[in-house]
Design a protein. Structure first.
Length: 724
């Protein structure tokens, strides 16, 4: 039998027979010793029946000596704890190497509950036989309540704690701490070494140093951040804070309690922040309100050339340009009063003596005596700003001294500025046109002509209207758009051109009549009407007649060009089959081609153009004549036409010497020959292609040439098709 009325199976193992305990001279001696102990003591037989309890036991349970004997002591155990207590007892009985050790609740007769920590050890007879148990019971109610309150607090904060008996080395770990690290109570026995082996090797020396200083009384509280090894193999950063709660009469530590707070996220955030702090190209720093850098990132060293230690040990005012120190002190004074710095600029002197402009943004934390600041190097922007200022001054000087007028106005056409030349041109005083509408001086202003030079009319203050050339351009950024008008008074130029045109027209018309008479007379002479001429005389008349023809052609070309240039040539636009244009043109140059031993090849002809047939024939004849002139003997000139989109395209190709890039650039200009000798060898006025260009452009078409030196040339033009 046993106090729990349950069968007990004892272990068959036998433990070594310990040395015989000192013999007790008398039972009263043992009782006297036991009763004087501050710890409750009990003794049972091998079956667990109590044979003795001391005075402290009776005080703890609230039961008398007789009530505790036999199985009476079981009644002092809380009913909910009896099964577990008995299971622990059976386990200890069956295992010769295990002692009974557990915490359970004691219920006093008045219903009061105390928390007890019981331990029991085997008692053997001299021959090694198990004869009973002797044990102790500690009343740990107050300590348990304290730990329970701490546990609730720590659970609310997700912290863990450990309770360290420094004398015995016992260390109790809270459930929260074990859960934080992922261990069970079995995996972490209640001893200081269980915790010590979990500390990261790199952190252990610092942990032991801080712990030793606190145990020796050098610090009021122990505090350390270190890593602990979790059950999953990862390292957890914790904030370990604690203090000694019990010391003996000599001041030696007996008991210490400390808490563990998981700071892994904070450390990770700090590591990330440090990474940004270190890698930032911007200047980042923490400074004290008394004027010293406390922390700077590597960008300071890179920019200013000083070592980190140099910048931390000297007042930061030492690095500020002397001319900017007073302003910097004022800004520092403002920060000391808790005002933020949104933007402040000063110059720093680098180690190599150069100067850098720095723009600062700063926030003070007055309670901590710190300033957090970010800055950037704006030296490049300052240099650019100064260059822009100088550029603006130069531009303003150029504008003010320009002989042509310049007017700027906004989207609504309101004038914002004028230069002196514009004021003089329109007859206004300086600033008089500002805030007036641009239509006052440019009534025909076309805002759609941006980027182009257009002919227009302008009005002076006295009402006089004069011709001008206007070029518009837009400037500004974002929604702030403005337009500038560059105005040139062309009155004098127009007058000169009118005089020139009148002169050319008069001279051309006046020359045409006598030249026609001269040509007719020369023709009569060469035909023999006036008698037979000598051989030399005939040659002279022939030369004179050729030159008369050339002069008449030149006059005709000048008159044609003058009409085209001033848009006075009237076109009769009709649906014109392009085949008929080419047929007439080929007939006109056939004799010339035969004379020059050049064959004409008319390829596929297709298309109907909206054109003046006579003018197109003039263009094709000119292109064919040029192609024949520059073709080699027995050469071939090919003419073709086809519809290309909404246009009809005509192409005239030769196998001549080709035209250089420089030659092609000036080919369609007035009085231009590719080679100066061409006029002498081939004849021509240098106006033919310019006239062709004018005719085609008046039709709304384009003309051009594709050529490469040594590979011949292809002249082409495109005019609108009749269908379109």
């Amino acid at each position: 039998g046993n106090p729990f009325n349950l069968h007990v199976t004892f272990s068959t193992q036998t433990s070594p027979v310990p040395p015989a305990p000192p013999a007790l001279e008398t039972e009263s001696w043992f009782r006297t010793l036991s009763d004087s102990s501050p710890v409750a003591i009990f003794r049972t037989d091998v079956d667990g029946f109590c044979s003795y309890v001391n005075e402290r036991w009776q005080q703890l349970t609230g039961r008398s000596f007789d009530e505790c004997l036999g199985e009476g002591w079981v009644r002092s155990i809380h009913p909910d704890d009896r099964v577990e207590t008995f299971a622990r007892w059976i386990a200890a009985v069956n295992d010769a190497h295990r002692e009974f050790d557990m915490v359970y609740r004691v219920v006093r007769p008045n219903g009061e509950i105390r928390i007890a920590h019981a331990r029991a050890a085997r008692v053997h007879s001299p021959d090694g036989e198990l004869v009973g148990w002797v044990g102790t019971v500690d009343d740990i109610t107050e300590r348990h309540q304290t730990q329970e309150r701490m546990r609730l607090v720590l659970e609310a904060t997700n912290d863990g704690f450990r309770d360290w008996n420094i004398e015995t080395g016992e260390m109790i770990f809270s459930d929260g701490l074990l859960a934080m690290l992922g261990y069970t109570h079995r995996e972490m026995p209640p001893q200081v070494s269980s915790w010590e082996v979990l500390v990261h090797p790199d952190d252990l020396p610092r942990v032991m140093h801080d712990l030793r200083e606190h145990l020796e009384g050098a610090t009021a509280q122990y505090e350390n951040e270190h890593r602990l090894l979790c059950a999953n193999g990862q390292w957890l950063w914790v904030l370990d804070r604690g203090r000694v709660v019990t010391r003996d009469s000599r001041g030696l530590p007996l008991r210490m309690i400390s808490t563990h707070t998981d700071i892994s996220e904070r450390r990770k955030a700090e590591a990330d922040l440090q990474q940004f702090f270190s890698l930032s190209l911007e200047l980042l720093c923490v400074a004290s309100i008394d004027g010293y850098f406390k922390r700077i990132n590597p960008a300071f060293e890179s920019l200013f050339g000083y070592a980190r230690e140099e910048m931390l040990e000297r007042p930061f005012l030492d690095f500020v340009h002397p001319d900017d120190r007073e302003a910097t002190l004022r800004e520092l004074s403002s920060l000391r009063r808790g005002r933020f710095t949104v933007h402040f600029e000063n110059r720093y002197v680098c180690k190599d003596g150069s100067t850098r402009w720095i723009a600062w943004t700063a926030a003070p934390v007055v309670d901590e005596g710190k300033i957090y600041a970010a800055a950037r190097d704006i030296t490049g922007a300052k240099v650019a700003e100064e260059a822009l200022r100088e550029s603006e001054q130069r531009t303003r000087s150029i504008i003010d001294n320009s002989v042509n007028g310049l007017i700027t106005f906004d989207d609504d056409g309101v004038i914002r500025s004028t230069n002196p030349a514009a004021d003089a041109m329109f007859g206004y005083e300086s600033g008089e046109l500002t805030r007036r509408h641009a239509a006052m001086v440019l009534p025909n202003l076309d805002r759609g002509a941006l980027g182009r030079v257009t002919q227009s009319e302008a009005r002076r203050k006295n009402g006089e209207v004069f011709p001008c050339e206007v070029s518009l351009f837009e400037f500004g950024s974002g929604s702030e758009k403005h337009v500038a008008a560059h105005v040139v008074d062309v009155s004098a130029r127009f007058a000169v051109e009118r005089m020139k045109d009148d002169f050319v027209s008069t001279v051309s018309h006046e020359l045409r009549t006598p030249l026609t008479s001269i040509r007719g007379a020369l023709g009569l002479l060469s035909s023999g009407v006036m008698g037979e001429l000598s051989t030399d005389g005939g040659e002279l008349v022939e030369i004179a007649e050729r030159n008369a023809v050339r002069l008449i052609a030149l006059v005709d070309h000048i008159l044609d060009f003058e009409k085209l240039e001033h848009a006075r040539a009237e076109l009769e636009l009709l649906a014109t089959p392009i085949a008929r244009v080419i047929e007439r043109s080929v007939e006109s140059v056939a004799a010339f081609a035969c004379q020059e031993s050049v064959s004409l090849d008319v390829a596929a002809i297709d298309g109907v153009a909206l054109a003046d047939e006579e003018r197109l024939v003039q263009v094709v004849i000119n292109l064919l004549s040029n192609a024949i002139k520059f073709s080699p003997l027995d050469g071939i000139v090919t003419v073709s036409a086809a519809t290309s989109g909404t246009f009809v395209e005509v192409r005239v190709a030769d196998r001549g010497p080709g035209i250089s890039t420089a030659g092609r650039a000036k080919l369609f200009e007035r009085f231009q020959q590719i080679d100066a000798s061409d006029a002498r060898r081939k004849g021509g006025t240098g106006l033919g292609l310019a006239i062709c260009k004018g005719i085609i452009e008046q039709h709304g078409g384009t003309i051009g040439v594709d050529s490469e030196e040594g590979c011949g040339s292809t002249f082409w033009f495109r005019v609108p098709g009749a269908a379109a």
